[in-house]
Ligand binder design. Structure first.
Ligand SMILES: *Cc1c(COP(=O)(O)O)cnc(C)c1O
Length: 393
């Protein structure tokens, strides 16, 4: 049976997929079953941060597979400690919890926020509301769906979790109004600095500063969901570093381990000790293969000049895009870009790109690029040539 028929027979139909069976990759180029090649501007939604078959990454993951692929969190492993130490040094967070996905990292953040207030203010205070932003995306589990500020996600699976209130992104007046309305009941404000699935929408600095000022005043935790924006994607290890803020909690996942499932919840001094034995856990969390991949990614991303190159390549993309009349504008930061089109539909362009050997993404009405962070200028040229042809037709 061919692969697509096999899928349709056995895999539940929760995804709308393209008719493409990917088989392997090399550098920033993927290949399908027939050997047709595709320049990759999507990296599996920002996951393959070092592209395919990166030598350092493959070596690290394979060596770990030969040594110890898994153990329970009843025991210690050097590799989990080493990844944590590197991440701590580069991020400024001393403590963290490893899970296996973005949603899990956010689940952990939600639990920390609620327990922080429970511990400090007591059960009766019911200080458990988490403010999230309209148009946000935080994951597909019940809690993270509840947190997600898009009505289209709040269907079918009732009842959703209580205790999430939405504020308009970049609307400081709305933020202040909601904080007043729910005064004494809010334990955290959760946000993406650049809303990814929501259409590559950056928050503005004034609004971000207002979140931090208000939260500081009221002893409310800040939770920054950097599942998509983190680990070098926008030109810094954490996008919060570019905004000059330090959230109490930051979550990372997608690009962190270069393609092995991982998620992490970083907690600052204020809430680092909130989770106590028995209050949270994960069988696979901190898995040695994932941690080995994470170390290879961090070692690469933190090499001197690497993050500057992410910024430079982002600028290079913008320059190339500005030459295409169909492009109305470009949003985003670093190598997380959303392209507004004048007349064409993003979905149609995405499909045409695929047929012509280029993998790209969409986000709402925009085209979205999340290329591997180590993409070369030649590869950008090659991919942009395909896109320009399609957008000019
Ligand atoms: C992808 C994403 C998630 C969910 O991550 P999963 O690994 O799919 O659970 C959460 N938040 C943001 C900002 C994301 O982009």
């Amino acid at each position: 049976m061919n692969t697509i028929d096999n899928f349709n027979k056995h895999i539940v139909g929760s995804y709308g997929r393209y008719d493409l069976v990917l088989e392997k990759g090399e550098g920033r180029t993927a290949a399908d079953e027939n050997g047709k090649k595709y320049i990759d501007f999507g990296s599996g939604i920002g996951v393959n941060s070092l592209g395919y078959c990166n030598e350092k990454w493959v070596k690290a993951v394979c060596a770990q597979a030969h040594a110890l692929q898994h153990t329970s969190n009843y025991y210690y492993t050097k590799v989990q400690g080493d990844l944590a130490d590197k991440l701590a040094q580069a991020s400024g967070y001393s403590k963290m919890f490893f899970g296996n996905s973005g949603a899990e990292a956010n689940e952990c953040a939600i639990k920390i926020a609620r327990k922080y207030s429970f511990d400090k203010y007591g059960r009766d205070a019911q200080r458990n509301i988490i403010i999230t932003l309209e148009n946000s995306f935080h994951g597909r589990t019940m809690a993270t769906l509840s947190a997600t500020g898009q009505d289209s996600f709040h269907n079918y699976f009732f009842p959703f979790l209580e205790g999430f209130v939405n504020v308009k992104a970049n609307d400081t007046a709305d933020l202040k109004a909601k904080l007043e309305e729910f005064d004494g009941k809010v334990c955290a404000v959760m946000f993406e600095l650049v809303q990814g699935e929501g259409g590559v929408v950056p928050l503005n600095e004034d609004f971000v500063n207002a979140i931090f000022d208000e939260c500081e005043k009221r002893d409310i935790l800040t939770i920054c969901d950097e599942v998509q924006t983190g680990v070098g994607r926008t030109g810094a290890l954490l996008t919060s570093q570019l905004f000059g803020v330090k959230p109490n909690i930051t979550t990372l996942a997608k690009g962190l381990a270069g393609g092995v499932p991982i998620g992490v919840c970083l907690a600052d001094e204020k809430c680092a000790d909130t989770l106590t034995p028995g209050t949270h856990g994960s069988t696979f969390g901190g898995n040695p293969l994932a941690c080995a991949g994470g170390i290879a990614v961090l070692d690469t991303v933190l090499e001197k000049g690497f993050l500057d190159e992410v910024k430079n390549k982002g600028e290079y993309f913008r320059k190339k895009l500005a030459e295409i009349p169909e492009v109305e504008g470009v949003d985003g930061m670093g190598l997380m870009l959303g392209i507004r089109l004048k007349t064409k539909k993003a979905g149609d362009v995405c499909k045409a790109c695929l047929e012509n050997g280029l993998l790209i993404l969409t986000a709402k009405a925009k085209l979205r690029f999340l290329p591997p962070l180590n993409i070369t200028y030649e590869e950008i040229d090659e991919g942009m040539k395909i896109l320009a042809k399609i957008l000019t037709k």
